[in-house]
Design a protein around this ligand. Structure first.
Ligand code: ATP
Ligand code: MG
Length: 139
C-alpha cells in the first residue's frame, strides 16, 4: 500500500534563481502538507552519498558538484499517495519533456539543473527523509 509521505529538495539552481517561494507554493497548492522543512547546504561527500545509486552513471560527478554548490531546501511532504502524486507534480527529469503545469516545466533549466528532487518510492522517501531530519524535526 502506498504511504502518504515523500521527500523533496529544492535544488541549488532554483534557490539561486530565488524560486523557493513559488515552488513551495506549487507544492502546498497541490495539497501537500509540510511535515519537516530545512534550509541547508550539502557537502560534496553528502551529495555523493545522497545520490550514491547513480555512482556509475556518467553524470555523477557533475551531479555531485551541482548539488553541493549552494544551499538547498529539504522537506518531507504529506498527502494521500504522496510519492506518485509528487512525481506527477514535478514532471519529467528532462524539463524539455515535462508536462505543462509541472514544477520542472516552469522552473527547471536542463536535465542536470532541474530545480527539484522527488523520491521515487516509499522506501526511498523514508531513507531520504531520515538522511535530513530527526524525529524531533517532524510535525
Ligand atoms: P531526482 O532523483 O533528483 O528527483 P529524477 O528521479 O527525475 O531526479 P534521476 O534519474 O534519479 O532523475 O537522476 C537524478 C538527477 O541526476 C536528476 O534529477 C538530474 O539532476 C541528474 N541527471 C539525471 N540524468 C542526467 C543526465 N543525463 N545528465 C546530467 N544530469 C542528469
Ligand atoms: Mg531520482
Amino acid at each position: 500500500m502506498a504511504t502518504n509521505r515523500t521527500f523533496t529538495m529544492i535544488k541549488p539552481d532554483a534557490v539561486e534563481a530565488n524560486n523557493i517561494g513559488p515552488i513551495l507554493a506549487m507544492m502546498t497548492e497541490a495539497g501537500f502538507k509540510v511535515v519537516a522543512l530545512k534550509y541547508t547546504k550539502l557537502t560534496q561527500e553528502q551529495a555523493g552519498l545522497f545520490y550514491e545509486i547513480h555512482k556509475e552513471r556518467p553524470f555523477y560527478g557533475e551531479l555531485v558538484e551541482f548539488m553541493s554548490r549552494g544551499p538547498i531546501v529539504a522537506a518531507i511532504l504529506e498527502k494521500d499517495n504522496a510519492v506518485e502524486d509528487f512525481r506527477k507534480l514535478i514532471g519529467a527529469t528532462n524539463p524539455a519533456q515535462a508536462e505543462d503545469g509541472t514544477i520542472r516545466k516552469r522552473f527547471a533549466k536542463s536535465i542536470g539543473e532541474n530545480a527539484v528532487h522527488g523520491s521515487d518510492s516509499d522506501e526511498n522517501a523514508a531513507i531520504e527523509g531520515d538522511f535530513f531530519f530527526s524525529k524531533l524535526e517532524r510535525f
